[in-house]
Design a protein around this ligand. Structure first.
Ligand code: NAD
Length: 378
């Protein structure tokens, strides 16, 4: 462990988080020459691909707070918008690229990491182009639309000798890291019953009026891809990063058919783990909710208010309330990933983890469509 602590308290918890992931063996890293070559003494340059809501309201502002990385470029379809970002964030206009010119970032020394923040169906293509540019890649969740796409992304990054990480910000958030520690250390015993839900009330009109989240071609699926992936993540975290072996699922009622003609409005599913543990889960675009609870023989842990949004989650266990530092989720994630790159530490949210979750999502959709129990393909 060679990382320079951001603060001793957080650093200790980050270390614990790393052990939890590392202990799963599944996610052990490959150290590339590109990673080893990065000097810990400077801030890494990050280029955001897609300047929509998440980049504008969360990632861009977070990159003003980060200690180990900064915004040095953008990829956008709108050059005027790119110029405004260059002016606002103080990077050169030569660092503005278009979606078709991502590979040209290869020769740009200001950019170390390319962060994909476009609609889900574009992740695979943008990630592969970023890998061809020889830059490390962070890709937003869900990693891609299928396991086949995930495999192509992982292969492209491996061939280029660059890291692939998924924008799973909660692996860098102290309350979720504490949940992982409780599971890893079996503080209450193994968690055997889990219950989680995540969703928001989607407003707006139909899929063909610019709302890509309701458009099957762009989103790949509905709230399962967008919000349910957080519940999958929490349940796997509570099982020390084990994947479920099988799932059952059913779609909820469609209350607004004008909006949900292409993707589901809500879906409920149950995940079964090899030790007999079960997780009941809900993802929805019909209401605002965000909660998770895990029960073991010796106690329980609960995340709420909300569990998965950008605010500080409230963590309570059967021993009482747990008080941990409040962090900016995106800044913590970006700094955490920058440190992992600079020091050669394993990533807490590597491409293989994103692939695992897409395999689970595929099994859930298969189960919901067939009405049959579906095994999760590893
Ligand atoms: P958004 O609609 O606000 O932004 C999408 C951006 O992609 C826009 O700038 C748009 O111009 C661009 N784009 C490029 N090609 C496009 C095309 N063919 N069709 C539509 N848009 C195109 O979306 P967002 O909320 O910023 O989400 C982007 C990604 O980030 C998604 O994968 C989403 O799941 C993820 N996200 C993650 C979090 C998180 O907490 N980790 C939060 C929000 C979004």
């Amino acid at each position: 462990m060679t990382s320079r602590p951001v603060s001793s308290h957080i650093s200790r918890r980050r270390f614990i988080g790393g052990v939890v992931v590392g202990s799963g063996l599944l996610f052990f890293p490959r150290f590339s020459r590109a990673v080893d070559a990065l000097a810990p003494s400077r801030k890494l340059g990050v280029a955001l691909v897609g300047l929509g809501g998440y980049s504008t309201n969360q990632l861009g502002p977070a990159l003003r707070q980060t200690q180990h990385c900064r915004l040095t470029g953008v990829v956008t379809g709108d050059r005027a918008k790119g110029k405004k970002w260059a002016h606002d964030y103080g990077f050169s206009e030569k660092n503005i690229f278009g979606y078709e010119t991502i590979e040209q970032i290869a020769g740009n020394p200001d950019i170390d990491v390319i962060y994909i923040v476009t609609p889900n169906s574009l992740h695979a293509g943008h990630c592969i182009a970023a890998a061809k540019a020889g830059k490390h890649v962070i890709c937003e969740k869900p990693m891609a639309l299928s396991v086949a796409e995930c495999d192509a992304m992982i292969a492209a990054c491996k061939a280029a000798g660059v890291r692939l990480m998924i924008g799973y910000r909660l692996h860098y958030e102290p309350h979720h890291i504490e949940l992982a520690r409780l599971a890893h250390d079996k503080v209450f015993g193994a968690f055997m019953r889990m219950d989680g839900a995540n969703g928001f009330l989607m407003r707006g009109t139909s899929a063909d009026t610019g709302n890509w989240r309701a458009n099957k071609k762009l989103a790949g699926g509905g709230p399962l891809m967008d919000m349910g992936v957080y519940v999958i993540q929490a349940a796997c975290m509570a099982k020390v990063e084990a994947a479920p072996t099988a799932v059952t699922a059913h779609f909820g009622p469609v209350t607004r058919p004008e909006l949900f003609s292409e993707v589901e409005e809500s879906v409920r599913w149950e995940m079964e783990f090899s030790d007999g543990a079960k997780a009941t889960c809900l993802a929805t675009y019909a209401e605002n909710l965000s909660r998770f609870r895990a029960d073991a023989e010796g106690g329980w842990a609960r995340l709420e208010q909300p569990a998965f949004y950008y605010d500080e989650p409230k963590l309570t266990t059967s021993k009482g309330a747990v008080h941990l530092p409040k962090v900016n989720h995106q800044a913590a994630q970006l700094d955490g990933m920058a440190l992992e790159l600079m020091t050669g530490q394993p990533s807490r949210a590597p491409g293989e983890m994103g692939r695992r979750d897409v395999a689970i999502i595929e099994a859930i959709y298969a189960a919901a469509k067939s009405g049959q129990r579906s095994t999760v393909q590893g």
